[in-house]
Every structure is written in structure tokens, then in C-alpha cells.
Design a protein around this ligand. Structure first.
Ligand code: PNS
Length: 160
């Protein structure tokens, strides 16, 4: 039986930290779905379709394996998507104890709701301080985001 995992997130925009975790997860699971989900708690920078397209480009440019599917989800619970596609695992990147505190309640609820387990993966420490919110702030003030995001994202944000 092939093991399908889902990496969900806002990815607004995708960062080098995300690509790091996506690459690690793709090496562990048979099939990996990178799922762009609207998070109503966050003010969005990019439309969902643009985020999907930038992830696809970044995954390709990074030479990541072909078992990665990038898509989006806007209706219902995250675990409904998992059930629909037969995924039993969610993957989240953990940069610090702050991420553990943020992710743990969601992991427990997703397991309670549908038996979907969450696996936490650690990025390269070089990516431990990279976040989409920081990138959004630097980009909005005209700063150089290229150390934090894939080249396709830097090009897109800086030509905006
Ligand atoms: O990148 P983010 O913004 O931290 O990702 C958060 C996200 C989108 C993964 C989270 O908000 C989420 O899981 N949303 C789906 C809604 C849902 O299923 N909620 C109930 C279980 S937590």
C-alpha cells in the first residue's frame, strides 16, 4: 500500500524552509501532496493559485522528486482532504518550541477527527528563522528577500 502524506500550509509565499521540509518529506513517503490552505487568521499577500504556481516552480527548480503534487483546498476540514485522497499523515516543519506549541493542538484535533497522524520534521538550522510573515514584511518594505525564498518567489515578489 502506498503511503500518502500531506504538507499543508498557507505558503504565502513558499520559503526555503518550506522547500527544505517538502524535500525531506518527499524522501520518506510514497506520495506527497503540498496543500495550500487559506488561513483566515492571516492577511493574505498572494492569491491561492499564485502560491500553488510558485510552489510548483520552486519544487521543479530544486530538483525535488516527481512524487510531489501541489494543490489547494478551500472547503471544509483539512482532514476531509486527507480522507478524500487516502492520506494518513500530515507533515509539519518545526523551527522552534514556538512551532511545537502552535502545531500540537492542531495535531491532536486532526488525530481525534479522523485518525490522521502528524509527523514533525526539522529543517536545516540555516532555515530555522525563515518565515512567510517575515518575507511578506521585508518584501512590502522593498527589502531583498532572496536569502529566504526560492529564486522564482524572489523574482515574482521583486518584479511586483
Ligand atoms: O502555514 P499556516 O498558516 O501555519 O497553516 C495553518 C493551516 C492552514 C495548516 C491550518 O490553519 C489548518 O489546518 N487549516 C485547516 C482548517 C482545519 O482543518 N481546522 C481544524 C483542525 S486544526
Amino acid at each position: 500500500m502506498s503511503r500518502i502524506a500531506v504538507v499543508p500550509g498557507s505558503f504565502d509565499p513558499v520559503t526555503l524552509g518550506h522547500i527544505d521540509v517538502i524535500g525531506r518529506a518527499a524522501g520518506i513517503f510514497d506520495e506527497l501532496h503540498v496543500l495550500v490552505v487559506h488561513n483566515p487568521a492571516k492577511a493574505a499577500l498572494l492569491p491561492i493559485a499564485q502560491r500553488v504556481s510558485l510552489i510548483e516552480q520552486s519544487v521543479k527548480d530544486a530538483g525535488l522528486p516527481a512524487n510531489i503534487l501541489v494543490t489547494s483546498w478551500s472547503v471544509g476540514l483539512l482532514v476531509d482532504y486527507c480522507t478524500d485522497v487516502g492520506a494518513s499523515v500530515l507533515v509539519k516543519g518545526i523551527r522552534s518550541q514556538v512551532d511545537v506549541a502552535y502545531e500540537t493542538p492542531m495535531a491532536i484535533v486532526n488525530r481525534d477527527l479522523a485518525g490522521v497522524e502528524t509527523v514533525f520534521l526539522l529543517p536545516d538550522p540555516a532555515n530555522a528563522y525563515v518565515s512567510s510573515s517575515l518575507v511578506r514584511q521585508v518584501a512590502s518594505l522593498g527589502g531583498d528577500v532572496s536569502p529566504y525564498v526560492p529564486a522564482a518567489v524572489a523574482r515574482f515578489l521583486q518584479n511586483d
